[in-house]
Design a binder for this molecule. Sequence first.
Ligand SMILES: Cc1ncc(COP(=O)(O)O)c(C=O)c1O
Length: 484
Amino acid sequence: MKNADHNFWETTVPKIGEMLAQYVNRSQKLETQVLQQQEPSQLIKDLNTEQLFRAGFKNQEEVLEFTQTYLKNTNHLHHPHYMGHQVAVPHPISGIPDWIHGTANNPSSLYEMGPAGGALEGFMIHWMLDKLGWFKGSNYTDFNRYPDNGSGVLTHGGSVANLTALSAARAAIAPEAWTEGTPSDLVILGPSTSHYSIARAISIMGMGQKAYIPVEVDSNEVMIIEDLESVYTEETKKGKRIMAVVANACATSTGLYDPLEAIGQFCEKNKLWYHVDGAHGAVALLSDKEKNHLKGIEKADSLIWDAHKMMRVPALCTAVLFKNQWHQFNNFKQKGSYVFHPHEVVGMDSMPYTVECTKSALGTKLFWTFALEGEQKIIDYVDHCYQLALDFYELIQSQADFDAPYVPESNILCFRYEGKNPSDAFQLQLRYQLIETGDFYITSCEMNHKRYLRVVLIHPETQIKHLIALLDKIRIVASQIVTD
Ligand SMILES: Cc1ncc(COP(=O)(O)O)c(C=O)c1O
């Protein structure tokens, strides 16, 4: 299909726009299912994949038909019964920067390859640093390098960001590791419940899983500070050097925050690198009501913060932030005569500081989501989601057949249906059968060796009435499950 011949811009693009608007509207009004899963072999046929792959779209109808079928077979995050994984429900027109990027294709890692995206990234990084007290400039548009300023870059996701931060921690304690390999006496301390990307980063850096020394967690899987102290003493007695202490803000399964202030004080006292994984919960920094959960976060040396979780930005977009800018500058030590020219560049390049070489215009989509309705709207959204989890907790506690093990601190809550069969296998089956109905999408996880149902209340229009409907639906589904 030749764009110009078929008036692609004039006719097809507006039709796709209408289709997307309808997709969002129908999802929001509960006129669609949240998720309707098909076997991949069937789906690939429905999408007319083979023919389109070989012959290409022949006309507008084929483009629209494909788009319609594609949208039907998505997980409908705009449906208020979407309460599943920690993936943003984007503002309905948050996707426009992705569209612009898909046309202009300006990666923002080299300023000269994407000046607008690069400048917006710099602006948004300043804004994030400021939330931590790590920005010392006079305004976010001041791109001079002040010596006591923090620094940061946007990267493709929390997993890459954790790797970036831990690599910087390694560069700080063992700069020779870049050429000589990681010394075998380095260990990392953190809760046994850290996200698996921490474990991956450790193995990728050649340290091996044994280099992660888990600190005990309590019955809600929150790090026990006294155990951090004893693990530290034990490891140093063995002659190990502590490369970093990692904390959850908040934990993926439960949404609960580790005691950040106490961990920060401990790291300060013992001069240890403090890394906070705030992929999900750093967003509480925006809320006067919720930022108490992050007390002490400013003591961190590095922080990661996903915008594609709780800031309505489409995946992926993560900030990795450093209190001391030199930790970012000393992290990677690649040479690349075609890209790295530290003294001649106009503007700023993030390429020397990211795992990726080429990257998307991440700053543009982060900025755009705020620009759509202003900063206060995002703050209100965070407050709404966090409060809704508390309301849901109270609702559950008032029901004889449900139980939730802890008061939520974020918008994530684990709970169980106890009305029929309290076994772990039953909770899991319940979740699968519930999502099979297409009415709700929730997840499930283990906490403290027990299986739970889990919601992430991430849709701006999910309300308590939807959660009452969820409990009712769970009862119905449970009553249909045959158990021995
Ligand atoms: C605490 C935490 N860290 C890191 C990640 C990984 O982030 P991403 O999915 O952006 O790679 C997650 C994802 O859920 C997370 O919850």
